[in-house]
Design a binder for this molecule. Structure first.
Ligand SMILES: Nc1ncnc2c1ncn2[C@@H]1O[C@H](COP(=O)(O)OP(=O)(O)OP(=O)(O)O)[C@@H](O)[C@H]1O
Length: 442
């Protein structure tokens, strides 16, 4: 039964001949069984198999666990890698979370298409209960997936035993005479999750024998709901004019939809999830303040900004700006973000002008700055340019200006000076301002 369940997950992931699988091997019963199952299925599917263990150096038994993993892989003739990481004992997110981050970062470095984990149905149920008790929302309560496809340079994640109860996995290990190590921390009841596993769930199970399967199913429902909320947010963003959002349309949505949209937007730009109370406060201000009024409400590490009927998110903390010389590079840092110089034919600033200049500097505006943005149009003051480009007052001192021999050639968020424009069929450079690292938008 275990083989069939795992085979179904591999098929669903499209694993076939030539795929490279790596078993994330802790040495515990779950991943030892996964390794065993993968080893049995490899000839049928034609994938190559390796295993990796992360040595956190936290337990006095860590060396023994790593040795047990190496021994088992040698018996199966499966290539084995050992990663040694050092976890800061005073990590602000907590020791377990820091170890987890280090583990996943190390495993992401394995040259493979899929990392395969030993998570099972009881993990799913325990995680749901734990998270609900900690106050998670729909997204936090969403189930792990059996198949998380690879993205960017990161291998995909497979959890082929996710639908199996722990008892089935342990029975397989006993029947096959497998050896595994016990993590002594799993028995410590002062860890909340262990308390749920050893004390709470058995009591629930006395009255509700199918509790584990039912809770795992509930986690699936939460995942579906969470995916639907993400889809709704993407639709709402398009209906509200994309980025930046049009405030009037946003305010036509219910509070719950605005909150969902802002949470989703925050995730897209790698901000931390805002607290419910701060989000409520932002919503109150958005609805109370006249649309023409500029607004900047801080929500944790991001700020919700409104200016001239547009709404967007940006980092709450503004990083210092340092003037820098440009000497032909692809990019310069600017505050928390960057200005990129993209080579384009017949577009942007004439390359020959930049190469022939005595000094090209990226810095902020200078007193008396005036610039002509269109051929034949008058030069306009910085203030006027900002008003036309609808740039709020609090951002104006942070706009990057490219000074070529003392003349403004480009202003981030405003555009190019007509006098510096690249003639057709000449080499040009188009400056592009990415306002902060992690921003999904240039
Ligand atoms: N030290 C390790 N080295 C390699 N793989 C590991 C290690 N620890 C855990 N794993 C992998 O992660 C799976 C889940 O382990 P465990 O339940 O201890 O972690 P978790 O923190 O609950 O899960 P997650 O890492 O997904 O948050 C294991 O079955 C195994 O595949």
């Amino acid at each position: 039964m275990l083989l069939q369940v795992a085979a179904r997950a591999l098929t669903a992931a499209g694993v076939g001949p030539g795929a490279r699988l790596c078993c994330a091997l802790s040495g515990g019963v779950d991943s030892v069984v996964v390794l065993d199952v993968l080893h049995a299925l490899a000839p049928r599917f034609g994938f190559s198999l390796q295993a990796a263990h992360v040595h956190h150096g936290l337990s006095p038994h860590a060396d023994a666990w790593a040795q047990a993993c190496a021994t088992r892989c040698a018996q199966l003739e499966v290539p084995f890698s050992l990663f040694q990481v050092s976890v800061a004992r005073d990590a602000s997110a907590g020791l377990e979370a820091a170890a987890r981050d280090q583990r996943h970062a190390a495993l992401d470095g394995v040259a493979c298409d899929w990392l395969v984990f030993g998570h099972h149905q009881d993990d799913q149920a325990e995680t749901l209960l734990f998270r609900l008790l900690r106050g998670s929302g729909v997204r936090g309560a969403a189930a792990m997936r059996a198949v998380d496809p690879p993205r960017a340079a990161r291998p995909g994640r497979l959890r082929p035993l996710l639908d199996c109860p722990r008892s089935t996995i342990e029975a397989w290990a006993r029947d096959r005479g497998l050896a595994w190590v016990e993590d002594e921390s799993n028995a410590q009841l002062d860890f909340s999750r262990n308390h749920l596993r050893h004390r709470v769930l058995p009591v629930i199970g006395e009255r509700f024998p199918a509790a584990t399967a039912t809770l795992a199913r509930a986690a699936e429902h939460f995942r579906e709901a969470s995916e639907l909320l993400d889809e709704l947010a993407a639709l709402d963003q398009s209906a509200c004019g994309g980025q930046p959002l049009q405030l009037e349309r946003v305010l036509a949505l219910s509070d719950a939809r605005v909150a969902n949209l802002l949470r989703w937007r925050a995730r897209q730009d790698n901000f931390r999830a805002p607290s419910r109370s701060r989000l409520g406060e932002a919503l109150r201000q958005l609805r109370a303040v006249p649309a023409s009024h500029p607004l900047r409400v801080e929500l944790g590490d991001m700020a919700c900004c409104v200016y001239r009927g547009r709404l967007w998110l940006e980092p709450a903390a503004l990083e210092p700006l340092l003037a820098q010389r440009w000497s032909g590079g692809d990019a310069l840092r600017w505050g928390g973000g960057e200005v990129h110089f993209l080579p384009r034919h017949g577009e942007g600033i004439a390359r020959a002008v930049l190469d022939g200049a005595r000094e090209v500097v990226l810095s902020t505006r200078r007193p008396g700055l005036r610039m002509r943005v269109g051929v034949g149009r008058p030069r306009r003051s910085f203030k006027k340019l900002c008003q036309e480009a609808e740039i709020p007052a609090w951002m104006r001192d942070r706009l990057p200006v490219l000074w070529v021999d003392g003349e403004p050639a480009w202003i981030g968020g405003i555009g190019l000076a007509a006098d510096f424009a690249c003639p057709v069929s000449h080499a040009g450079l188009v400056p592009q301002w990415r306002k902060w690292q992690g921003s999904s938008q240039a």
